[in-house]
Design a protein around this ligand. Structure first.
Ligand SMILES: Nc1ncnc2c1ncn2[C@@H]1O[C@H](COP(=O)(O)OP(=O)(O)OP(=O)(O)O)[C@@H](O)[C@H]1O
Ligand SMILES: [Mg+2]
Length: 510
C-alpha cells in the first residue's frame, strides 16, 4: 500500500515542504530511500526500523521504498525520520492518518523516542504564511519553539506510541500555545556602562555606534578597559522588537542553538568568537551551509577581541558582509543566503608590547615589529571601521574615584530617540540607520554647512583619506548631528567625526 506524509526542512532561514511517499509492496524484504538523500537520511533506515520494532509495532517483512520529493532538493539530516516511520505505519494500517494538512518533522531514537531537530521555527514560520492552515507534529522539545510562529497548530509528542495513540483516537491532546510577548520580559544585563570609570571618549564612541549602527575599533594598552567597554554595547542598543527577535531566533534555530525552555532569543546577540576561528565558522558555510558567527550576531554585536590575532583571510572575508548586511553561500548542493546585519566592534593593542603612545610607559617594540604587527590589519578592513578610538590607560585618580557615570539605560533612551529620528527619515528608503546609507542617500540627507564642507575638504586632502573614508565620516557626522538634534551637519559634527579617523596617523607617525 502507498502512504503520503508531508514533512519539511529549513533552507537558509526559510523552509520548504518535502513529501515522503512510502510504498510497502510485495517482493524480497528491503528498505530503500530515494530522492537525493545524504548519509544522515540513509541512516534513517536503521533508526526507523529499530524505533518501530522497539515500540511494539511491526516492521513489514516486505519491499519498502521511500521517495522524498522534490527530488531536485538535497535533503540533509534526520528531519524526515518521523515522517518515514509514520508512513510505514499508515501504509501497513497500524495507524489511521490523513496527512493532508499535517507536517511531520522529527528525528527518532532507536527506542522510538522523538528527538528535536534544528530549524523548527523557520518551518513553522513559513507554514504560518501559507493561505491554508497547517498542523505541525514535532518532538516535545521543539513544540514551544514552533508555537512562537502562531497560526500553525503545533503538537509535541514524546515517542511514536504517544503519536499513534493520538492518531488512533486513544489519547486526546491539545496544540501547544504560547504568547511570544510573555517571553519578552526584559531583564537588565549584568554589564552596565556605569561600571566603567573614566574613558569618556570610549563611552561617547559607544553611544554614537549604538545610535547610528557604526563599526568601532578600540586601540589601547593592556588592561585599559577595551573589552569591558565593548561588552557594554548591546546594553545601549534599543530592545529587540518581536519581529527582530523572531528573525534572530530563526537563525539560531538553524544553527541548533535554541532549547525547549528558551524558545525565543529576547536580547540582542553579542558574539565573541576566539581568534583561532576559521573563515567558514565566522562567515558561514560548510558542505551543507550553516550560519556563521556574523549571522548569529544579526541585529546585535560581533566582537573581535585582539583583532590582530585573527587570520588575515578571516578578516578579509568579513569585508563583503560588512557592506551588504547579508551573506550568500554557494555550494554545489545549494545556494543559501543568511542575514548578517551586525555592528562590528574590534579591539587591539597599538603594538606588540602594547605601550606605543603611552605617556608613562615606554614602548619596547622595534619599528619593524610594529609595522609587521600593523600589517595584519589590512587597509580596506581598517577603512570600514567608522569609529577608531584610543583607549588610554586610566590614571589612579580616575580608577579610584567613586563618581559613577551614566548607566546603560539612560544612554539607551537617548539612542532610542535618535533611532526614531532615523526611522522617520528613512521610511521610504528601505534602510533604518545612518550606518546603512548608500551614496544616493547621503546626497539627500547629509546636507553640510559651508564651514563643515570646507573642513571636510581640507581634512580629506591633508589626511589622504579614501572615498570610502569620506563617506563613512559623513555618515558618522550625520549621527553626531542627530544626537545633537540638528537637521544640518555643522562644523563641530564633522570635526568630531574626523577625529575618529585620525588614530592610524597618530600611531604610524611615532
Ligand atoms: N575604565 C575602567 N573602569 C573600571 N575598571 C576597569 C577599567 N578598565 C579596566 N578595568 C578593569 O581591568 C580589567 C581588564 O580590563 P579589560 O579586559 O577591558 O582590558 P583590555 O583593554 O581589554 O585589556 P587587553 O588589551 O589585555 O585585552 C577589567 O575587568 C576591569 O576590572
Ligand atoms: Mg581585552
Amino acid at each position: 500500500m502507498l502512504a503520503k506524509i508531508l514533512s519539511a526542512t529549513a533552507i537558509g532561514i526559510d523552509a520548504t515542504i518535502v513529501e515522503a511517499e512510502i510504498d510497502v509492496g510485495p517482493g524480497m524484504p528491503s528498505f530503500n530511500i530515494v530522492g537525493l538523500p545524504d548519509t544522515a537520511v540513509q541512516e534513517a533506515r536503521e533508526r526507523v526500523r529499530s524505533a518501530l520494532k522497539n515500540t511494539g509495532f511491526i516492521f513489514p517483512a516486505r519491499r519498502v521504498t521511500v521517495n522524498l520529493a522534490p527530488a531536485s532538493l538535497r535533503k540533509t539530516g534526520s528531519d524526515f525520520d518521523l515522517a518515514i516511520a509514520l508512513g510505514i505505519l499508515t501504509a501497513t494500517d497500524q495507524t489511521r492518518f490523513n496527512s493532508d494538512r499535517t507536517i511531520v518533522v522529527g528525528e527518532l531514537s532507536l527506542s522510538g523516542e522523538i528527538r528535536p531537530v534544528h530549524g523548527i521555527l523557520p518551518i513553522a514560520h513559513a507554514l504560518s504564511k501559507e493561505a491554508s492552515s497547517y498542523r505541525l507534529f514535532v518532538a516535545n522539545a521543539n513544540a514551544r519553539e514552533g508555537a512562537i510562529a502562531g497560526k500553525v497548530e503545533v503538537y509535541g509528542f514524546r515517542d511514536i506510541n504517544q503519536l499513534a495513540d493520538f492518531l488512533n483516537g486513544n489519547q486526546a491532546k491539545n496544540p501547544v500555545t504560547i504568547d511570544p510577548q510573555s517571553l519578552f520580559h526584559h531583564t537588565n544585563r549584568d554589564d552596565d556602562l556605569s561600571e566603567v570609570k573614566g574613558q569618556r571618549h570610549g563611552k561617547r564612541a559607544l553611544e554614537i555606534s549604538a545610535a547610528g549602527g557604526h563599526h568601532l575599533l578600540f586601540v589601547g594598552p593592556p588592561g585599559s578597559g577595551k573589552t569591558m567597554l565593548s561588552r557594554r554595547l548591546p546594553g545601549l542598543l534599543p530592545l529587540l522588537s518581536l519581529e527582530e527577535a523572531i528573525e534572530v531566533t530563526k537563525i539560531h534555530s538553524v544553527a541548533g542553538l535554541i532549547s525547549g525552555d528558551r524558545p525565543l532569543v529576547i536580547s540582542r546577540p553579542f558574539r565573541s568568537p576566539h581568534h583561532t576561528i576559521s573563515d567558514v565558522a565566522l562567515i558561514g558555510g560548510g558542505q551543507w551551509p550553516r550560519p556563521g558567527e556574523i549571522s548569529l550576531s544579526h541585529h546585535g554585536v560581533l566582537f573581535l577581541d585582539e583583532v590582530l590575532e585573527f587570520k588575515r583571510n578571516v578578516l578579509e572575508a568579513l569585508r563583503e558582509p560588512l557592506e551588504e548586511g547579508k551573506i550568500t553561500i554557494s555550494r554545489a548542493s545549494m545556494t543559501t543566503t543568511y542575514p548578517a546585519k551586525f555592528t562590528l566592534v574590534a579591539s587591539c593593542n597599538p603594538c606588540p608590547c602594547g605601550f606605543l603612545g603611552d605617556t608613562k610607559k615606554t614602548c619596547t617594540c622595534s619599528t619593524s615589529q610594529i609595522i609587521r604587527y600593523r600589517s595584519r590589519l589590512s587597509g580596506p578592513f581598517l577603512d570600514r571601521m567608522d569609529l577608531q578610538v584610543e583607549i588610554p590607560r586610566l590614571d589612579f585618580s580616575d580608577l579610584s574615584s567613586n563618581a559613577t557615570g551614566e548607566n546603560s539605560e539612560v544612554v539607551r533612551k537617548r539612542v532610542e530617540q535618535v533611532r526614531l529620528i532615523q526611522r522617520e527619515r528613512y521610511q521610504k528608503e528601505g534602510i533604518h540607520l545612518n550606518g546603512e546609507m548608500k551614496v544616493r542617500h547621503m546626497k539627500k540627507f547629509c546636507v553640510c554647512s559651508r564651514e563643515a564642507h570646507d573642513l571636510l575638504e581640507k581634512s580629506i586632502e591633508s589626511l589622504a583619506l579614501s572615498a570610502r573614508a569620506y563617506h563613512r565620516i559623513l555618515k558618522v557626522a550625520r549621527t553626531i548631528a542627530d544626537l545633537d538634534r540638528s537637521e544640518k551637519i555643522d562644523i563641530e559634527h564633522v570635526a568630531e567625526a574626523i577625529q575618529y579617523r585620525t588614530l592610524d596617523r597618530k600611531y604610524l607617525e611615532f
